[in-house]
Unconditional design. Structure first.
Lengths: 101, 555
């Protein structure tokens, strides 16, 4: 039996900066996971991923990452995605250091 | 040091020009990522977790001060003010923007550096003993050999689409500091009974998913046969190596599946066929390269200043005991500068530290620097009378940590803090182990002990050959760390033995502490190193310290 679908967000890296980005419901790309669109339907998630993959001139390596609904928007379920939305743990660099969050 | 020929300069400039246009076409949308990716990898550009990463080759780990200054300039201009020295004598920049990378490559070319073949399925940056040209135990400087191989392998038309990456390391000493037995090809410069110089060729070593110690393919290859023989080895593997499964593509698997004798026969056959096509140009070139690596003009001077500082200054004495190695020239020493202050990221140097090191090389070090696979920086030629001044300058730059070869001199890969392939973090584990043993003030009592940490099975952190190896894995969505014991990266290379079940992130540092305190109990004498004690006693007594609850349960 196929595994039950778990909620996802579409994520990728920005072409120029390489920064982690997420697809928002209004089709824009956001740098903040909590502003991403949480996809709860499998077919819908596949369509959103295809939509992202067509934007090769703006993004690199789109994929569906597991997420859950939190009080302020989607949150990661796996530590890899937690690091991607934060930055490295040895320096205060990356997203955690950006002021325009 | 080797100076670029006109050919080298033109080649790198042309490659940079091509890559600049490739980047422009990617940004304009004319190239898709699938088309662009192999092109960027050929030029050392990765996409990591948070950003792009540029990996710059430091051929055979050798730099001059102008090159080190330029690495600092790149760090300040296009990155976040630091660089990360890797276990293959490269430097990585963790935060470049794609459209800046062509400018970074042009800036590198100004000081005769590049990022070509630091990635992709090609022959990678050739590494060498970081004490090359300086070590007291050296038969010959391995760097001319490494440079010859670099020139032969760069853009070699037969070897641009190999089954997988291919790594070569060279040593000129019987004491192996270049981990040659864990490379696809390891070369050791040897002399036979007639006094003729040749190469012992070791093949099929490697770490990663299937760790293997290299095997001797040729015991004494004549100097003039080196390139045709290497070409024969890579050529045989290029045809035979498995392209159906990337986990079985490296030459270690080919040698394992076909057997050493079969590979040796195939290599000999290929060698016999291509040997006549090497008409001696390579040997003329080699002679020229050798002359460019002539030793600097070492000076004769009194070493009283060193002796006086050694007697009167305990911190200098401690640093000298840990961080100096024997030099071949009288009155000289090799200085290993630790860039692993307790709690710092192993292998990271700030731009300010790079400039201090460059200045020290200019003032006291015959303008030479080396990067070790152990992620430290070496001043290979310092006269002992200058050591008190060098130490004072290092102290001012916070580069005076006296821990070379000790428990806090840890190799760690970038792990999941940066690497897209990682399954767990390695840097914070290294930071915490170093900090903990500094607090315990046991580092010097523990003595020689190498901890090596990888954040995934690919083993960039060489965990298999650490006296204590730590491998970070993802176990059901949680970081988990496996320990291996008894590995050895030297001429007596060995793969470590897995100790037992892994430890959670917050359990790994206490586990290492129990293990090392256990070693202090188990050792026969303070002179017996961790590795010696392990070899004498085997896994069981160490395991009892790692898993005390299992012992309690059994009792």
């Amino acid at each position: 039996m196929a595994r039950a679908f778990t909620p996802k967000v579409v994520t990728a890296n920005a072409l120029l900066e390489g920064d982690v980005i997420y697809l928002a419901a209004d089709d824009s790309w956001t740098r903040t996971l909590s502003d991403a669109e949480l996809l709860t339907d499998e077919a819908d998630a596949q369509i959103r991923l295809l939509h992202a993959e067509q934007q090769s001139e703006r993004i690199v390596g789109a994929y569906l990452a597991d997420a859950i609904a939190g009080p302020n928007g989607p949150e990661p379920t796996h530590f890899r995605e937690a690091f991607r939305r934060t930055g490295p743990s040895n320096y205060f660099h990356g997203k955690q250091a950006e002021t325009h969050v | 040091m080797y100076k670029y020929s006109d050919f080298d300069t033109a080649f790198v400039a042309e490659r940079n020009r091509q890559f600049r246009h490739q980047v422009e076409r990617r940004i304009s949308g004319a190239l898709t990522e699938d088309e662009f990716k192999p092109l960027r990898l050929m030029n050392g550009v990765y996409l990591q977790l948070h950003a792009y990463m540029l990996r710059v080759a430091i051929p055979y780990g050798t730099l001059n001060s102008a090159q080190m200054d330029q690495l600092a300039y790149l760090a300040d201009t296009w990155d976040k003010g630091y660089g990360h020295f890797t276990t293959r004598q490269n430097i990585q920049y963790n935060w470049p923007k794609l459209n800046d990378i062509p400018d970074m490559l042009d800036a590198l070319a100004k000081v005769e550096m590049h990022a070509i073949q630091t990635s992709g399925n090609t022959i990678r940056n050739v590494t060498a003993d970081h004490f090359a040209g300086a070590a007291a135990d050296e038969i010959a400087d391995p760097r001319p050999v490494a440079e010859l191989i670099r020139q032969w392998s760069t853009d070699h038309p037969e070897f641009q689409f190999l089954p997988r990456k291919f790594k070569v390391a060279v040593t000129g000493s019987p004491n192996d500091r270049a981990v040659i037995k864990a490379h696809d090809i390891g070369l050791r410069i040897v002399q036979n009974d007639q006094g003729e110089t040749g190469y012992q060729v070791i093949v099929g070593g490697g770490l990663g998913r299937t760790p293997m110690i290299g095997k001797v393919l040729h015991d004494h290859l004549p100097e003039a046969d080196l390139l045709p023989y290497l070409e024969a080895v890579v050529s045989v593997w290029n045809l035979l190596g498995r392209r159906d499964n990337k986990y079985k593509a490296r030459i270690k698997i080919t040698v394992h599946e076909h057997g050493l004798e079969d590979i040796r026969a195939r290599v000999q056959e290929r060698f016999d066929a291509i040997r006549p096509s090497f008409d001696g140009i390579d040997q003329e070139l080699f002679a020229g390269i050798k002359s460019e690596f002539a030793a600097p003009a070492f000076r004769s001077a009194e070493t009283a200043a060193f002796d006086q500082a050694y007697q009167s200054n305990p911190t200098f004495q401690s640093w000298a005991d840990s961080n100096l190695s024997d030099h071949k020239a009288p009155g000289y020493a090799i200085v290993t500068v630790s860039i692993k202050k307790h709690g710092q990221t192993p292998g990271d140097a700030s731009s300010a530290q790079m400039r201090v090191l460059a200045e020290l090389a200019r003032l006291y070090g015959h303008d030479e620097l080396r990067i070790s696979h152990e992620q430290n920086v070496i001043l290979p030629h310092v006269h002992k009378s200058d050591l008190p001044d060098v130490y004072a300058a290092l102290r001012e730059a916070d580069l005076h940590t006296a821990n070379i070869g000790k428990i806090s001199d840890i190799i760690a890969c970038p792990g999941m803090d940066y690497c897209a392939l990682a399954t767990a973090r390695s840097i914070p584990v290294a930071q915490q182990i170093a900090t903990r043993f500094d607090e315990l003030k046991l580092e010097h009592d523990i003595g020689h002990l190498q901890i090596k940490i990888s954040g995934c099975i690919n083993a960039c952190g060489h965990h298999h050959v650490g006296h204590i190896g730590i491998l970070g894995l993802d176990r059901a969505g949680v970081e988990n760390y496996q320990i291996t014991l008894g590995g050895d990266a030297t001429e007596t290379a060995a793969i470590g033995e897995r100790a037992g079940p892994g430890f959670a992130y917050d359990e790994i540092v206490p586990a290492i502490e129990r293990l090392v305190l256990g070693y202090l109990d188990l050792r026969a004498a303070p002179e017996e190193t961790f590795l010696q004690a392990y070899r004498r006693l085997g896994l069981a007594p160490f395991k009892a310290y790692l898993y005390p609850e299992a012992r309690a349960h059994a009792a």
